[in-house]
Ligand binder design. Structure first.
Ligand code: B12
Ligand code: SF4
Length: 499
């Protein structure tokens, strides 16, 4: 039986995590097929490592997990080289990037199959079909080319998460020491990345989660999450958890159950949530969550303007007033809200686009005034509609174009797009982008992020002093002196470097 090689392309400089995406795919074939993981974060020359495995002739199937942005830098050239050097291999890509951009990937000629969304069932079914020379046309969550045509099979319903096979941590540890995946962060000395639920019940129009999960959410039970975390804590000494779920806090009941279980373990934790959902949590639940170690929660605030929240299809009941009120409410519980905002959304005239940017800057200052510990993460609106969707057509009609050839995605301009910093959208002028970036520099100067654990209090005070006057006077142009200090002290930006 042919073996499987699973590749996690480099995603971070230094601060890498347990590669949950590729590990869950390994779990799906564990016990049925032999597999190995190559992690681009851990090997100095991963292409050579891959080539040495393939040269044995034992490996036929290659699975790449691909997020937009940094992971493309290895995925694209590696896939091309591998197909040239080992043409007998079958290349299968999964993850957010291939699910959103299947055509350009399959047209490249070096990827054979795409797993569209969850691969826990689709991947083993595909391998079985290919191994046994059986038809794969009826396997769900698959995209492939038949002649010149792109074929997308039916999407699978979201399945229960508890019955999924456990992640093969021990086997991963034989390839890469797990302890090195448990990095030092603001939360702790050895931080575990854990993914406890899939999807999200909402349909925000800017979010890549929506076309893949179609407003559905399924979670592991609090007990299963606790058991997994406890295993890693006891075996490898994890003392903190980053929950990588798109929306960890959907269910108050599950959150409270988990908080009760984890409280005695004295671990710190972090996760992503919605403001309107959590604002419905009782005071008792919020107090318990904090006592159980939850120090900071990431919220997509997006905008203080209710019309923009509608435009972004934020759904739920979130409003500008609520965003401010909730920041104040969390202060009482000593939970730091980490609010992300999306600036630079389209409007009919340039004047309106600019006025909206000014409004958000003013709004963010109001949030900071009620709760100065609120962490602000600024993104510039980068449309991520799925190829062929109605929104994709709208965005194209406005003059925005995605690359036409796969290799173009690794150009510096498109890397900036992926990092949501300079999105190449036609309605934003360089001056507007400059204004957003300069405000961000000054804001980060006055309020350096608590997640930058290397920035000493003396350095913080020095930057604050320089930036404070600008902030008070609303003067954001040319903040070179702050930029210089941030550069010299290697200030970290969660929006670019990942949380
Ligand atoms: C962890 C993570 C990271 C980590 C690195 C991940 C890694 N592999 O090492 C870090 C923090 C570095 C990171 C960075 C970024 N990330 Co990121 N990241 C995530 C996050 C939170 C979790 C990914 C994960 O582990 N999921 C758990 C697994 C089990 O789920 P999964 O990945 O969906 O995998 C399933 C399927 O997709 C499929 N599948 C996946 N891979 C494969 C491979 C094969 C072979 C097969 C068959 C199937 C398959 O099967 C899996 C099991 O069902 C996701 C959001 C999320 N909740 O998924 C965002 C997410 C993927 N990131 C995203 C982005 C944009 C980024 C950035 C590029 C930009 C940014 N500003 O955040 C940065 C890059 C910064 C930098 N300089 O590195 C976006 C992608 C959006 C999009 N447009 O497609 C997401 C969806 C967040 C979001 N909602 O916006 N990220
Ligand atoms: S609530 Fe968050 S994860 Fe859910 S659709 Fe909106 S932006 Fe995406």
């Amino acid at each position: 039986m042919s073996k499987i090689l699973l590749f996690n392309p480099q995603s971070a400089n230094g601060k890498y995590r347990i590669p949950n995406s590729i590990l869950s795919i390994a779990a799906s074939v564990e016990g049925k097929h032999e597999w190995v993981i190559v992690d681009g974060n851990r090997d100095a020359n991963p292409l050579e490592v891959i080539a040495s495995y393939l040269s044995t002739g034992d490996y036929k199937y290659l699975g790449f997990t691909v997020m937009p942005g940094p992971q493309l830098k290895q995925s694209i050239p590696f896939a091309k080289t591998i197909k040239e050097r080992f043409p007998h291999t079958t290349m299968i890509w999964g993850g957010y990037f291939p699910s959103s951009h299947p055509k350009i990937i399959l047209d490249s000629g070096y990827v054979d199959f795409i797993i569209n969304g969850p691969g826990d069932h689709a991947f083993p079914s595909l391998i079985d079909a290919l191994e046994d020379n059986k038809p794969y046309e009826f396997i769900r969550n698959l995209i492939y080319k038949a002649g010149n045509e792109i074929v997308k099979t039916q999407k699978e319903d979201l399945f229960d998460q508890d019955p999924l096979p456990p992640l093969p941590y021990d086997k991963l540890n034989k390839i890469y020491n797990i302890k090195k995946y448990l990095g030092k962060t603001f939360l702790g000395e050895r931080t575990l990345a854990y993914h406890s639920s899939i999807g999200c019940p909402f349909t925000c129009s800017f979010c890549a989660v929506v076309p893949i999960f179609e407003a559905r959410w399924k979670a592991k039970s609090a007990q299963t999450v606790y058991n997994d975390v406890k295993y890693i804590k006891d075996k490898w000494g994890a003392d903190a958890i980053e929950f990588h779920d798109n929306n960890f806090f959907v269910s108050e009941k599950r959150t409270v159950e988990f908080a009760k279980l984890i409280k005695p373990e004295k671990m710190s934790w972090w996760g992503m949530a919605r403001i309107d959902t959590m604002d419905k949590f009782s005071d008792a639940s919020l107090a318990l969550i904090r006592e159980a170690g939850c120090k900071i929660i990431f919220f997509g605030a997006e905008s203080g303007n209710n019309l923009i929240l509608d435009q972004l299809d934020k759904g739920g009941t979130q409003t500008g007033n609520q965003i401010i009120r909730f920041a104040e409410r969390l202060k009482k519980f000593d939970i730091i809200p980490e609010y992300s905002f999306v600036l630079g959304t389209p409007a009919p005239t340039a004047k309106q686009v600019e006025a909206q940017i000014d409004f958000e800057i003013d709004f963010i200052k109001k949030v900071k005034a009620v709760n100065p510990r609120t962490e602000i993460v600024l993104y510039t609106y980068s449309p991520v509609p799925t190829e062929g969707s109605a929104l994709f057509k709208q965005v194209e009609a406005a003059g925005f174009k995605y690359p036409k050839v796969l290799e173009d995605w690794i150009s510096p301009a498109w890397e900036n797009f992926d990092l949501r910093k300079n999105p190449l959208t036609p309605w934003l002028t360089p001056e507007m982008i400059g204004k957003i970036q300069n405000f961000e520099t000054v804001l980060n100067g006055v309020y350096p992020t608590v997640t930058d654990i290397r920035l000493s209090s003396i350095k913080r005070k020095a930057i604050q002093l320089v930036a404070g006057m600008r902030y008070k006077a609303n003067v954001y142009n040319y903040p070179y002196e702050i930029k210089l200090l941030q550069k010299v002290w290697k200030y970290r930006q969660p929006e670019i470097q990942g949380f």
